[in-house]
Design a protein around this ligand. Structure first.
Ligand code: FMN
Length: 453
């Protein structure tokens, strides 16, 4: 039974500024538009999402082509497995110009960018979009990225998070380096801004030394909301401390409920209000005019994923070179020992397959196409019902919706699913205010007083 829980879902569109969506076969779908190098492509999708009153259009990022498999980019290039990633600040600028309300989120790595650069990029976007920016804080995932930034190997997991803690602290202080009323603009007196209200940081930490202040005044949202997707214990604590939106990728609904409870407990332990932090699993919706049509579509979509594209992406996600292993090789206990991050998925796949041996082909296809979240298949009404169930059963506070094809996924979702969610009262009919914080019901934060001299 649905309808047990009050409140409304948050809805985030998971976007890629790339030739392919997070679903590895998307570029091969017949109606997918190959205009991802045109500004109009992103603007059109942004307008569709705004029509569907999505909270946020959010872009992931990677600072390298997949190059872990066989120590080469060849397979990624051949199969279109994310060889392209455009610079996101420019893409979001284009999306901002085409919309008035839609939130605009981008991924920037704390491992490969300096904090001043990131603070400035998002402060600028927040001003130019009138309060719609959000930053997805990632520590990055693999050695391919390290090699594009003058390092041989990726930093070790916990040092990445140590660096990220200091990074985000510096970014917050930079965003707060101007008091809200610092600008006077008194032409007659010749006083532009009050120097007592613009503060230097003089930050000297383990990883960064930043004098400040930021060259951008305090922004409409005060601070753009923070997105985070850490799944390790350290990652979840980091998210509990800093994030407003937390992305997850649970293999099952039960796993989602466990993650949800654990994450909310950690938020409480940090002294924050768990009601103000949204936990959102990555999900796909395959929608049809009839259930049979949706099922057929799902089948075709699966056939579009080349097994080598899957394996290349699996290498990328796990930072493990699978080129020594054949696609039809069984996934052994020994292999699970050497590769981090796939044990949970392997176990749940084994369970669903009964006694049949699990091959690398099957594992890769699931990991790389699903990113482990749920897949809702059916008519608009059926998909809405399944999403409502997840929401009701406290498996989530909403979803990060991946695209199986573009722009079709979001057009179909807005046309067929959004009206059904609205009918159920679990999704907004209209935006309540102009900023992303308004959509999320987040107050504008006070400046961190006393942190700057
Ligand atoms: C929906 C979603 C989107 C993500 N987007 C990115 C991304 O754009 N770039 C990136 O480097 N990592 C991305 N990640 C990976 C996370 O940042 C994180 O590294 C991963 O969840 C593992 O967490 P851990 O480091 O705490 O183990 C994403 C994860 C999820 C679930």
């Amino acid at each position: 039974m649905t309808g047990k829980r009050a409140g409304q879902m948050a809805m985030v569109a998971f976007m890629q500024a790339a030739n392919v969506s997070v679903f590895a076969g998307s570029w091969r779908w017949p109606s997918t538009e190959h205009t991802y190098l045109d500004m109009g492509y992103y603007q059109k999708i942004a307008r569709t999402l705004e029509e569907g009153t999505f909270d946020l259009m959010f872009f992931d990022d990677r600072l390298a082509m997949p190059a872990i498999y066989g120590d080469s980019v060849a397979e990624a290039v051949r199969h279109g497995a994310r060889p392209i990633k455009l610079d996101l600040s420019i893409v979001l600028g284009a999306a901002a110009a085409a919309t008035q309300r839609l939130g605009l989120g981008a991924t920037y790595s704390t491992t490969y960018y300096p904090p001043y650069h990131v603070a400035r990029t998002f402060a600028t976007l927040d001003h130019l979009s009138a309060g719609r920016a959000a930053w997805n804080v990632v520590t990055s995932v693999n050695d391919a990225e390290a090699r594009n930034f003058g390092m041989d190997a990726h930093l070790e997991h916990d040092s990445r998070y140590d660096r990220a803690e200091e990074f985000i602290d510096v970014v917050f202080k930079l965003w707060d380096s101007w008091e809200d009323d610092a600008i006077v603009a008194d032409r007659d007196a010749g006083l532009f801004a009050d120097p007592d209200k613009v503060h230097e940081l003089h930050h000297r930490g383990e990883y960064f030394s930043v004098r400040g202040p930021l060259t951008v005044p305090r922004t409409p949202q005060g601070r753009p909301p923070i997105i985070q997707a850490g799944s390790s214990g350290r990652g979840r604590d980091f998210a509990a401390r800093w994030a407003d939106l937390i992305f997850t990728a649970p293999p099952t609904k039960t796993a989602a409920q466990e993650h949800y409870r654990d994450q909310k407990d950690r938020i409480v332990a940090m002294g924050r209000d768990p009601g103000l932090v949204r936990v959102l699993p990555m999900a796909y919706a395959v929608v049809g005019e009839t259930e049979a049509q949706a099922r057929e579509k799902e089948q075709i979509l699966h056939e579009l994923v080349h097994p080598m594209a899957s394996l290349t992406l699996l290498s990328e996600l796990t930072n493990y070179d699978f080129s020594e292993h054949g696609l039809d090789e069984e996934v052994t206990e020994e292999l699970l020992e050497s590769v981090s991050g796939i044990r949970g998925l392997a176990l749940s796949l084994r369970r669903s397959m009964g006694d049949k041996p699990l091959t690398l082909r099957t594992l890769a296809a699931h990991r790389a196409t699903l990113l482990q979240g749920p897949r809702f298949v059916g008519t608009g009404e059926q998909v809405a019902e399944q999403m409502h169930e997840w929401f009701d059963d406290e498996a989530c506070d909403g979803f990060v919706l991946g695209a199986t094809h573009l722009p079709g996924t979001f057009e179909e979702f807005v046309r067929m699913v959004v009206p059904q969610l609205r009918k159920r009262g679990v999704f907004r009919e209209a935006y309540s205010g102009p900023t992303l914080r308004d959509h999320l019901g987040l107050p504008r934060p006070e400046r961190i007083v006393g942190s700057q001299e």
